[in-house]
Design a binder for this molecule. Structure first.
Ligand SMILES: [Zn+2]
Length: 61
């Protein structure tokens, strides 16, 4: 997901709580930034933050 799109999502989502159900790799000007974006609320996470969120989740898939 482009960073611009993430910022637009953040603006649309506002201050609602989000449990960040899915992530997309973040791109800025076509380059990977190494960060991840929540596809629901547009929050941006570092690789480590994203890994911890996913690891701490109790999901059976
Ligand atoms: Zn989210």
């Amino acid at each position: 997901m482009q960073k611009k799109r993430a910022l637009a999502l953040q603006a649309a989502w506002g201050a609602q709580p989000c449990d960040h159900p899915a992530f997309s790799k973040e791109y800025d000007l076509g380059e990977r930034t190494g960060s991840y974006v929540c596809t629901q609320c547009g929050a941006i996470f570092s690789f480590r933050e994203k890994a911890e969120l996913v690891a701490g989740r109790t999901v059976t898939e």
